[in-house]
Design a protein around this ligand. Structure first.
Ligand code: NAD
Length: 341
């Protein structure tokens, strides 16, 4: 089988490519990525050059470019598309929403049209728990797949719109789609602007960990490898036209995450500082993931404490990886107008 993975140079895409090639020895992957600030091709250098040079190929490009997407589908004839490509950082979406709608919505539409034209056998779309909106901190509820969509930030709204689009292509054109809506991921290769790598890399350097005042807000955390297993399970056993929630049931507040990281790294509590909240900072998301357990047979297998220890160790050992990214981000900040529209 051949897979076209979009956004494969980002955090989850990288982990998915590594996972898939390792576990499916007859399969090949084409990684199609625009290499935005969040894409890092060096994540896959060992895959491309040493481990699987014959089964992995990279194509540089934008999912908004229909002619390019079409030419790839024509040439590579992938059986499956897994769409990870997205602008994914909520805080950036508050500052510059437009790019989120271009990539996350219109980019998905381009991929759907091209997949339809070339008869791709499965279009799997990667989405987020955040499309459902927020839960009150004291609510006993969880979001099931039938919960109404109530996105509250530009990023969430763009992901929600893309999900509706993917579902619409199933209902209107009979396209063979599946969608997975996942909880917050953590693990290796995550951009150091995201919460866990940010706190870990700050703590390693004795730089303060900046928490929003609402740091009692909670998130559901899933190790990225469990997410990759879930996607593989949905590709194998998922039913066409269905959406699957993917969560661990493990909720931790931002405060608890910071304490955990400081504890693992044996750093003092006074590294924590507090700033006013970001607009639209959701209180809480918690998924009901019983459908994927029941219908697809997936359950997470990595315990939160083990996954976190292993993740923090990875950032300690791979300081060169994140320092290079941080230097790049610093120089990009100088050209912040790149993000202006
Ligand atoms: P990421 O920001 O680390 O990676 C995104 C990748 O997409 C990058 O490699 C980037 O270069 C690429 N990309 C961006 N715009 C593109 C375009 N126009 N054309 C081609 N490539 C483009 O994101 P991530 O954390 O790996 O998330 C991947 C997917 O999973 C996203 O769709 C995100 O919404 C979803 N998701 C993420 C989480 C999480 O906790 N990280 C949770 C649930 C769902």
């Amino acid at each position: 089988m051949k897979l076209l993975v979009t956004g494969g140079a980002g955090f989850i895409g990288t982990n998915f490519i590594r996972y898939w090639l390792q576990h499916n020895s007859d399969d090949a992957i084409v990684n199609f990525d625009r290499l935005t600030y969040a894409g890092n091709l060096s994540n896959l250098t060992d895959i491309a050059e040493t481990h699987y040079p014959k089964r992995y190929r990279f194509v540089h490009g934008d999912i908004l470019d229909f002619a390019l997407v079409e030419s790839i589908l024509k040439k590579e004839c992938p059986d499956v598309i897994v769409n990870f490509a997205a602008e994914s950082h909520n805080s950036r979406a508050i500052l510059h929403p437009r790019r989120f709608f271009e990539t996350n919505v219109m980019g998905t539409q381009v991929l759907l049209d091209a997949s339809r034209k070339y008869g791709v056998q499965r279009f799997h779309h990667i989405s987020t728990c955040e499309v459902y909106g927020e839960l009150p901190l004291d609510s006993p509820d969880r979001f099931s797949e039938t919960a109404p969509y109530r996105p509250q930030t530009p990023y969430n709204a763009s992901k929600a719109a893309a999900d509706h689009l993917v579902n619409a292509y199933f209902h209107s054109f009979g396209m063979p789609i599946t969608i997975s809506n996942c909880a917050n991921n953590y693990g290796p290769y995550q951009h150091p602007e995201k919460l866990i790598p940010l706190f870990a890399t700050n703590a390693i350097q004795n730089i303060p960990l900046t928490l929003y005042r609402s740091s009692h807000n909670r998130r559901e955390w899933l190790h990225v490898e469990d997410h990759c297993r879930a996607i593989a399970a949905v590709l194998e056993y998922g039913k066409i036209g269905e959406t699957y929630n993917v969560g661990s049931g493990v909720e931790k507040s931002i405060e608890e995450i910071s304490d955990f990281i400081l504890d693992i790294l044996d750093k003092p509590q006074h590294l924590k500082t507090y700033v006013p909240d970001r607009p639209g900072h959701d209180c809480r998301y918690l998924l009901d993931s019983s459908k994927i357990a029941r219908d697809v047979g997936w359950k997470p297998i990595i315990a939160f404490e083990d996954g976190m220890r292993e993740t923090i160790r990875w950032y300690v050992e791979n300081w060169k990886w994140w320092q290079e990214i941080q230097q790049k981000v610093d120089s990009e900040m100088v050209q912040e107008d790149k993000w202006e529209r």
